[in-house]
Design a protein around this ligand. Structure first.
Ligand SMILES: [Zn+2]
Length: 411
């Protein structure tokens, strides 16, 4: 059973983050890309159909170089297992004992996998998943073949995921429908403490009382366009936040020709892009320093971006541009947080069912659905989230042909 982490003794030094070995070939990054999306894909030969692992330049059966990443069945058989009680690798040495096994996948290859504690002794059936480790690289994890309510509590599995249970979460904007849905979703996922930011504290907002009534919630004035305010809030709670969710957003529906001047575009940039930069400058360093703080370490930073970051939607043109800028900055943040093992998760929703998308036809993503998807992404440890049918479809089109998506968006 997972226990609530003890209060930290402030006199004790914080452990420096260590990472599992991270070197991978360029080809092996195909597995990382699939794991980032939560997909179980292996290299499959287009010529003879055989599935292989680890990734290689050519098919090990027929030497064809026509290899594609394809979704594979997750089932397999645990052939043998071992428990490490010693490791020359610092990351694993701090986490011993560590359980590993050899799994023969139903699709062909035999892989070395990290073993969940509930996997029965070999030989036994398992489900294999590919997860990102703290170094951001894809690794195989074998889970029990039957789902179990407390599966996420496994000590080893938690090294690959960012489950909010017993963790302290900051949601930067509690005023929006999405922000309120996020807070309720984190409360349901048993977050220990939820700080909820709200700008313009002199204005009461709908949903304020419901948030305040939740025992885990602390409301605090937070305006991501105010550098001084962001710095003060980070000084107060930055050293305690385990998961930061930046959902602060300004969304107007203008292109270039239908709005003179740059005031609106600048305001969008100030929240959507500079807001992220301000948060990253103030909360990034304390979170980085707590990447290895035992069970209660800082684990994740979530950015709510937009599918319009991939290709501009001219009817929401300046908004799209601000989200594209934020998307680029989030990649920088990801690179800077990775050495500490803190995962940056980017969320690319399609149109959300809110006041700024009123004129768009359905399907639109309900805020509660999006919030649940964010919590699930943390529990499963993915890095890129495209929630809902619209986002999934646009992602597929963008991967297939970015130019075609650009044209389709402007039609
Ligand atoms: Zn082949």
């Amino acid at each position: 059973m997972l226990e609530r982490p003890k209060r930290k003794n402030p006199v004790l030094r914080t452990r420096l983050p260590t990472l599992p070995p991270a070197a991978r070939s360029r080809i092996a990054l195909g597995l990382t890309a699939a794991a980032a999306l939560g997909r179980f894909e292996l290299q499959q030969c287009r010529a003879c159909g055989s599935v292989q692992y680890p990734p290689r330049e050519a098919c090990r059966k027929c030497l064809s170089t026509q290899l594609a990443w394809r979704a594979q069945p997750r089932g397999g058989e645990l052939l043998s297992e071992t428990v490490l009680h010693h490791s020359n690798d610092l990351f694993f040495r701090e986490r011993l004992p560590w359980r590993l096994g050899l799994v023969r996948l139903d699709c062909g290859p035999t892989v070395v996998a990290h073993l969940h504690e509930r996997v029965p002794a070999a030989p036994s059936r398992v489900n294999v998943d590919v997860k990102l480790d703290r170094a951001g690289q894809a690794v195989m994890v074998a889970l029990p073949s039957e789902e179990n309510a407390n599966m996420a509590e496994d000590r080893q599995l938690r090294e690959f995921t960012c489950d909010p249970r017993f963790r302290k979460v900051l949601v930067t904007d509690g005023k929006s429908l999405l922000g309120q849905s996020l807070v309720h979703a984190f409360a349901k996922a048993q977050a220990e403490l939820i700080w909820v930011g709200y700008a313009e504290p002199w204005k009461k907002f709908a949903g304020f009382a419901e948030l305040k009534a939740l025992p885990q919630v602390t409301l605090l004035p937070l305006d991501v366009t105010d550098s001084k305010n962001v710095r003060e809030v980070a000084g107060e709670i930055g050293g305690k936040v385990d998961i930061l969710v930046n959902n602060a957003e300004l969304h107007r529906t203008y292109g270039i020709a239908n709005r003179p001047g740059i005031d609106t575009a600048r305001a969008e940039m100030d929240v959507n892009y500079f807001g992220l930069l301000r948060l990253a400058q103030e909360f990034g360093p304390p979170m980085r320093s707590r990447g290895a703080d035992g069970l209660a370490s800082a684990v994740a930073w979530v950015n709510v971006l937009s599918i319009y970051a991939l290709a501009n939607f001219p009817a929401h043109g300046t908004f799209s541009a601000s989200k594209a800028a934020a998307c680029s900055l989030a990649q920088c943040l990801r690179a800077e947080m990775r050495p500490a093992g803190v995962r940056v998760i980017d969320v690319f929703p399609g149109p959300i069912d809110d006041e700024w998308n009123q004129l768009l036809p359905p399907p639109k993503l309900a805020p509660a659905t999006l919030a649940a998807a964010v919590v699930k992404a943390l529990q499963e440890g993915v890095e890129d989230l495209y929630p809902g049918d619209v986002a999934q479809e646009w992602l597929a089109r963008w991967r297939d042909n970015p130019k075609a998506l650009e044209r389709e968006m402007s039609a």
